[in-house]
Ligand binder design. Structure first.
Ligand SMILES: NC(=O)c1ccc[n+]([C@@H]2O[C@H](COP(=O)([O-])OP(=O)(O)OC[C@H]3O[C@@H](n4cnc5c(N)ncnc54)[C@H](O)[C@@H]3O)[C@@H](O)[C@H]2O)c1
Ligand SMILES: [Zn+2]
Length: 402
């Protein structure tokens, strides 16, 4: 006996080639506060940040703290505990402060990430709870990455504690981890619930981590803001000598340029292959991996800016005088323009050049390298000539040795 036709089989569905086009938009918004001494007991700012949606309940918060910060300022652990105690109506310290390794070690292995996931699991952190991450850019990347996986994303308040984290890494929408031998091979787009830039946290930074973030300021200034570039060059000595007021101006302006780019450039989650904020970064990321992360991100970016600026001068996009002003500004701030890793070769080929193909693979599609087009403006190149890069490295080595 034959079966009656099943109306749900594709053969009997007349509309089987129809398309149902799904479309919706999700709006993101988050405040970026600038403040000082946020853990002073009477200061309401941090408590109000967690309650910014007026949920009028006690918020459970798992706190993670960068080991470099906690070593440099051990009192911060009690300051955090006491702050939560004093604001018990709004805040509940669900766990911590849990120490996460500071520096690239936070994100270039699974152990710290798994530890964060397990801490959250052990305290039964739910999707309405918060993670508060206090630390440098690497630690924020790692905690943000882990938090974006827990229950498909728990809310994160970031408190960046380095210059680079306050003016760049901590204010954007990305998280990451190094894997498969590549920097930032894994990661998610996960905008924070809020960012609190406490400028008093910067006092304990080493000189390396004080100056590192200045490189990211040069990056955005050179391609987006000529006045800001002049400000950086004019104040290079003050910046190097740890003038807190000048640094505050730098951090605010640089952070705002980053925020503005994310919200107005039309590609916040980087689906296209143009990546202007990665000016100077194709070689920087390679230098970091080549040095096994001994070279700081900011220092690598300074060298990457010097290298790509030489290329821009060669292409007559900037003048020799503008190029020299860039090198001069970077060095006066205490940043490098050359590192020996640039000259390292394997079988007669410069190792740094593989950074270009890795960068292309990361972007997808064709290569897009952003270069300055005059100061304060940018353009994209889709091919870089190895011989010009070699020439640039030789020039920078000689200038560095002068
Ligand atoms: N997600 C993004 O959009 C984005 C953007 C730019 C950079 N990044 C990432 O950020 C990382 C670099 O960040 P970074 O420059 O902040 O360096 P970092 O996070 O590696 O920190 C540098 C050192 O400073 C220590 N430290 C942190 N705060 C301190 C304080 N207040 N006092 C004393 N020591 C302190 C850390 O323990 C570490 O040893 C890189 O991994 C980079 O890839 C991410
Ligand atoms: Zn960077």
């Amino acid at each position: 006996m034959s079966c009656p036709p099943n109306p749900h089989t594709p053969e009997s569905t007349s509309a089987r080639n129809d398309v149902y086009h799904q479309k919706f938009a999700v709006q993101f918004d988050y405040p970026v506060h600038f403040a000082r001494n946020v853990f002073a007991l009477g200061d309401p700012l941090l408590a109000s940040v967690f309650d910014r949606l007026n949920e009028q309940r006690t918020h459970r918060v798992a706190v993670f703290l960068d080991s470099g910060l906690s070593e440099a300022r051990p009192a911060i652990i009690d300051e955090i505990k006491e702050y939560f105690h004093a604001h018990g109506k709004t805040l509940e310290l669900a766990s911590g402060p849990t120490i996460v390794p500071g520096g690239e070690g936070a994100k270039n292995g699974w152990k710290p990430i798994r530890d964060i996931l397990w801490t959250a699991g052990n305290i039964h952190l739910d999707r309405q709870s918060f993670v508060l991450a206090i630390g440098g850019g690497a630690m924020l990347d790692a905690v943000g990455f882990a938090a974006s996986l827990i229950h498909r994303g728990v809310r994160v308040v970031r408190m960046p504690s380095t210059v680079l984290a306050q003016n760049d890494a901590g204010v954007g929408v990305k998280t990451s981890m190094d894997e498969h031998g590549q920097k930032n091979f894994l990661g998610t787009f996960a905008p924070p619930f809020a960012v609190v830039n406490d400028l008093s946290l910067l006092e304990t930074l080493t000189d390396r981590d004080w100056t590192g973030g200045i490189a990211e300021a040069f990056k955005v200034a050179i391609i987006k803001d000529a006045d800001f570039f002049e400000f950086l060059c004019d104040n290079a000595c003050e910046l190097k000598n740890r003038d807190a007021a000048v640094m505050e101006t730098l951090i605010r302006r640089c952070a705002v340029i980053h925020l503005d780019h994310i919200s107005t450039a039309g590609d916040p989650f980087e689906t296209g292959s143009a990546r202007p904020l990665d000016f100077g970064h194709w070689s920087a990321h390679k230098l970091e991996t080549m040095s096994d992360y001994g070279v700081g991100h900011g220092q690598a970016v300074a060298v990457g800016i010097a290298l790509d600026s030489y290329y821009a001068m060669h292409e007559k996009l900037i003048t020799p005088e503008q190029f020299e002003r860039i090198l001069d500004g970077l060095t006066k701030c205490g940043l490098p323009i050359y590192l020996d890793y640039l000259s390292r070769e394997t079988a007669g080929e410069l190792d740094i050049l593989t950074g270009l193909s890795e960068f292309r693979e990361h972007l997808g599609g064709r290569l897009n390298v952003t270069l300055p087009d005059g100061l304060g403006a940018k353009c994209e190149l889709h091919h870089l000539e190895g011989s010009i890069i070699t020439e640039a490295i030789e020039y920078l080595r000689a200038r560095n040795d002068k």
